[in-house]
Design a binder for this molecule. Structure first.
Ligand SMILES: Nc1ncnc2c1ncn2[C@@H]1O[C@H](COP(=O)(O)OP(=O)(O)O)[C@@H](O)[C@H]1O
Ligand SMILES: Cc1ncsc1CCOP(=O)(O)O
Ligand SMILES: [Mg+2]
Length: 297
């Protein structure tokens, strides 16, 4: 992480609106139980649904385009995760993204393992035409997606480092410029005129394309269970059902950082950590989530 300058830290006094919006998002989710539908991978689908419920939202998983497009009318936002693929996804996912684009339906993309495989690349490239509202991924995935969408005009031949499967091999700082380019592109070409990209890691980063917010915390144990990142994406979609993309991404990231710290103290290995993480998502207060240090530049 880069050196921190104390005057760039946001205190509750200097930025009441950001903190109020974060706390508001947490409370609104718990009061209104918004549905966020998911088209997600088979490995972590159960944790995604349980985390969405623990955060205060509602879950519905589907893989059939007409089912998803119909359900989107009652779903506040959707979540698409490309972790595990089947052949029909190559047609189904662009069809779903196009329908969301045409109706202005907000959605979160988790570009799991971006850069690996022709099918995944074709699917992720198709989303450039029908961009998501929020992208949440680890650093390698964000770097790969930026290269795939050809957004770096200074380097037309940009090549991304190959991700090590679903894990990141890059640090969050190296994904900042790619994340900003993606957020700018999504805000300009997406259906909603506003967008955010969240990059996860030891210190997470969220950007709307202009400002960069660094959010420290969480637990290294989150990398020792499968689905911490996927479920964060699903919970981001729950927040996107009630909040603007930047607030949704910051609130979900802060919720995970808070819950991860609590879960680490209350667990004794990966099994109990996953259970403790769900309990903490349920029990943390809106103030605990909103009062965390945020470094904005
Ligand atoms: N070293 C770490 N220390 C603290 N929290 C971490 C660490 N690595 C990842 N996290 C947290 O774990 C969650 C998932 O992030 P990450 O592991 O980067 O996603 P993915 O599983 O998609 O690779 C995020 O909430 C992130 O903040
Ligand atoms: C292991 C695995 N394989 C395909 S998807 C997946 C889950 C990835 O989950 P996360 O990115 O949240 O660690
Ligand atoms: Mg992931």
């Amino acid at each position: 992480m880069s050196e921190e300058s104390p005057n760039t830290r946001i205190s509750p006094q200097t930025q009441p609106s950001l903190r109020e919006q974060i706390a508001d998002a947490v409370r609104t989710v718990r009061e209104t139980t918004p549905l966020a539908q998911s088209f997600t991978n088979f490995v972590t689908i159960n944790l995604v649904a349980n985390a969405q419920l623990a955060a205060g939202g509602a879950a519905a998983m589907s893989f059939l385009p007409d089912d998803i497009i119909d359900t989107a009318t009652i779903s506040g936002a959707d979540y698409i995760n490309v972790g595990t693929l089947l052949p029909f996804y190559k047609d189904a996912l662009p069809q779903v993204a196009r329908a969301f684009h045409n109706t202005g339906h907000p959605w979160v993309l988790d570009p799991v393992a971006a850069g690996i495989g022709e099918t995944r690349t074709a699917i992720l490239q198709s989303f450039k035409r029908y961009p998501p509202t929020v992208i949440r991924g680890n650093a390698s995935e964000i770097i790969a997606l930026d290269a795939m969408w050809g957004l770096n005009e200074e380097s037309a031949t940009a090549t991304a480092s190959k991700p090590a499967g679903v894990e990141s091999v890059d640090d969050v700082e190296s994904a900042i410029a790619p994340a900003q380019r993606l957020a700018w592109f999504m805000a300009r070409h997406g259906a909603n005129g506003t967008a955010a990209v969240a990059v996860s890691g030891a210190t997470d980063m969220v950007t709307d394309g202009e400002h960069v917010y660094r959010l420290a915390g969480g637990s290294a144990m989150m990398t020792k269970i499968t689905g911490a990142g996927c479920s964060l994406g699903g919970v981001t979609a729950v927040y996107l059902a009630v909040a603007q993309p930047l607030i949704a991404a910051i609130a979900a990231t802060s919720l995970y950082n808070t819950a991860g710290e609590i879960a680490e103290k209350r667990s004794n290995g990966p099994g109990s950590f996953q259970v403790a993480l769900l309990d903490a998502l349920w029990n943390v207060t809106a103030e605990e989530v909103a009062d965390r240090a945020i470094d904005m530049r």
